[in-house]
Design a binder for this molecule. Structure first.
Ligand SMILES: [Zn+2]
Length: 317
């Protein structure tokens, strides 16, 4: 690749993708913490002494007891150069904390959200693409994280064991595929028809609400039982028998809906979130419905309406 530029200022930056600076990360934490719904928790420190910060978000005044609420985890930037992931979190938080948004208000009454906006602050500050300050690829550390090599994963995993997980989304960017897609846990030893049904319902619902999401293009499916459990999504899905997805966004553009001016961008990474969030509010009520009705029918050919009805993403264990 070559580029020609005549700078008209003294300082010019080039970036692989629109940056998400450490300053913006700190601003994001600060603005989120201003909401009465948010508790900012320090889980511990990175190898270089930066805070591992978790945002716990729920409506404490709601009638639903905390223990009865669904636990939704969202994390980003295990691979710190995939900055679109934190833009995604920014859009997610803006929507979730919008007090004029009725869907978000219902969600906060019925769920607890645990959000780690930056899983790898050291790597982000250093400008690393895929590793932490010690050279560890954090998304290969989930089986046996250690405080010495991968404290970022160790601390978050420890917190997950404490809270439980009903849904986990791990946001990334993919350098080769020009599409938005998500990757499930079909290769896990514990993968079941129930999880498959929930995965399909999740994807169908997302696709119906957001033209920037698609299911045709993505990684090839992992054969049964051959999942790499060192990846966050696979480990979480296996450990908690729950719905878990890796979300992948493009570096260049969404080939199905290209923008010649901007390509895929930070703003677009933010803006496709609300479209998917708008379906979340149906989830807790649908879970109750499904629990009352018993387990979902064991069929791979559920009618479309049934898939959308109870519960997409309901973890009815
Ligand atoms: Zn990644």
């Amino acid at each position: 690749m070559s580029a020609h530029i005549t700078p008209d200022t003294q300082c010019v930056y080039f970036a692989y993708f629109e940056p998400y600076s450490h300053e913006r990360h700190l601003d994001l934490l600060g603005s989120a913490a201003a909401s009465s719904m948010v508790q900012l928790q320090h889980l511990g420190s990175t190898p270089e002494g930066r805070d591992m910060t978790l945002l716990r978000i729920t409506d404490e005044t709601s009638a639903t007891a905390l223990e009865a609420k669904r636990k939704v985890w969202l994390m980003a930037r295990q691979h710190p150069g995939e900055t679109m992931a934190e833009w995604f979190v920014e859009g997610f938080l803006e929507r979730l904390l919008d007090s004029d948004d009725s869907a978000s208000r219902v969600l906060l009454q019925q769920c607890v959200f645990y959000v780690v906006p930056n899983m790898n602050p050291d790597g982000a500050v250093r400008g690393n693409l895929r590793t932490n300050a010690l050279g560890a690829n954090l998304n290969r550390e989930w089986m046996e994280p250690s405080l010495e090599r991968s404290p970022e994963v160790f601390l978050v995993r420890q917190k997950m064991m404490e809270t439980g997980v009903d849904l986990c989304l791990d946001a990334h960017g993919d350098e080769s595929l020009p599409y938005n897609f998500c990757v499930g846990t079909e290769g896990n030893p514990g993968y079941s028809e129930r999880i498959e049904t929930l995965e399909n319902a999740f994807k169908t619902s997302w696709q119906a609400s957001c033209p920037d999401f698609q299911t045709e293009q993505g990684y090839s499916r992992t054969p049964p039982g051959q999942a790499n459990l060192t990846l966050a999504t696979n480990w979480v899905g296996q450990q908690f028998d729950c719905l878990a997805f890796t979300i992948e966004m493009p570096f260049k553009d969404n080939a199905n809906l290209p923008d010649a001016q901007t390509g895929w961008s930070g703003e677009r990474s933010k803006n496709w979130v609300p479209a998917c969030c708008s379906r979340f509010w149906r989830w807790p009520a649908a879970c109750a419905e499904q629990t009352a009705a018993g387990p979902p029918p064991h069929s791979n050919h559920m009618p479309h309406t049934t898939m959308l009805r109870p519960a997409w993403l309901c973890n009815s264990r």
